[in-house]
Design a protein around this ligand. Structure first.
Ligand SMILES: NC(=O)c1ccc[n+]([C@@H]2O[C@H](COP(=O)([O-])OP(=O)(O)OC[C@H]3O[C@@H](n4cnc5c(N)ncnc54)[C@H](O)[C@@H]3O)[C@@H](O)[C@H]2O)c1
Length: 315
């Protein structure tokens, strides 16, 4: 396998790169380092610093590296930024994705795996429900709109050009190397603040003082593993939720992380943030059926806390 990973200098892409190298695949990373870091790109992978908005640059990389599979992780990944700069979000997430898809078709790439979002695409998920892939998407941010539209383009490219693809709708992904600005950024923010002995804030689900919003936090290993399985053609479904189906409030997250990091800090209740989805929860039964059990929030947060602790200790 010759795997090209876009966004491979970022959180999720760099974990996919590590797993792919461990399988003996030839790996190349494309990233413009907008939010990613060069040091995240694992040794042994080729690195192309280009912007996926530039079709000519994308074409040159494909011609040079000749990928047989592509894992498309590069994105403007912040909901807040997408609200402030919807044109920029669309340029990276839609036009950039179209550049990758066009290059995949032109170079007869066997399979394209696309990082979509279960955390944002379904909108509010009512109490008692876990959103399955049959749940009607209600994209309520430019970011969710751009991800949803790429899903539609992929189906269109399959029909028009025979492009084989897998869409993975991630829940809120957390783990080592995560960025505080991503969809599960709260885990990184809490780890850094708890370790520094600084207060943490619980943004309300509805009213200040409640337990905060409900999220489905999925550990990075499960996300990277689902990507590898999809690249190997082991995920027959065109769209798959990658989550845990387990709901966690921000308060629960704060409690688990303080215990894992062995430090108690002041917890400040705060008002609801405009635009925050109150409850997001995925039905991940199909992922478990295909890939086996997922990492529980307790184990995943313990591993993540350990990584943040070690990073602090090493300066
Ligand atoms: N982290 C989550 O919880 C989460 C949840 C759902 C979906 N996703 C999606 O997963 C993917 C990876 O997210 P992440 O958390 O690793 O984010 P990240 O910001 O760490 O990684 C994204 C990478 O894309 C690169 N990039 C951005 N714009 C680019 C451009 N124009 N050209 C080339 N490279 C560019 C960045 O430099 C970065 O390295 C994204 O597509 C994101 O939308 C993430």
């Amino acid at each position: 396998m010759r795997l090209l990973i876009t966004g491979g200098a970022g959180f999720i892409g760099s974990h996919i790169a590590e797993k792919a190298l461990a399988k003996g695949w030839v790996v190349a990373v494309v990233d413009n380092l907008a939010s990613g870091r060069r040091e995240n790109v694992p040794n042994g992978s080729e690195f192309f610093q280009i912007d996926i908005r530039e079709q000519a640059a994308v074409d040159t990389v494909f011609a040079e590296f000749k990928p047989t599979a592509v894992s498309h992780q590069a994105a403007q990944a912040s909901v807040a930024v997408s609200v402030r700069e919807p044109q920029m979000d669309a340029a990276v997430n839609i036009t950039g994705s179209l550049n990758i898809m066009t290059a995949c078709v032109a170079n007869k790439v066997d399979r394209l795996v696309f990082a979509s979002t279960g955390g944002a695409i379904y909108g509010e998920v009512p109490e008692g429900i876990r959103a399955g892939v049959d749940f009607d998407p209600v994209p309520i941010s430019p970011y969710a709109c751009s991800k949803f539209s790429v899903e539609k383009y992929l189906e269109c490219f399959r029909i028009e050009h025979g492009l084989k693809y897998s869409v993975l709708r991630y829940a809120n992904v957390y783990g080592p190397r995560q960025d505080p600005h991503g969809e599960a950024g709260v885990v990184a923010i809490f780890c850094n603040r708890i370790l520094a002995g600084e207060p943490i804030q619980i943004n309300a689900k509805r009213e200040a003082g409640d337990a905060g919003c409900v999220r489905d936090y999925v550990y990075i290993e499960d996300v990277a593993g689902a990507n590898i399985a999809a690249l190997e053609g082991k995920i027959p479904d065109p769209i798959l939720n990658v989550g845990t189906g387990q709901e966690t409030t921000t308060q629960q997250l704060a409690d688990i992380l303080q215990a894992a990091l062995g430090n108690k800090v002041k917890v400040t209740p705060s008002a609801k943030r405009a635009g925050d989805i109150e409850r997001s929860l995925l039905n991940a039964d199909r992922l478990v059926e295909l890939q086996g059990d997922v990492v529980t929030i307790g184990s995943g947060l313990a591993l993540t806390a350990e990584w943040f602790k070690t990073r602090l200790a090493n300066g």
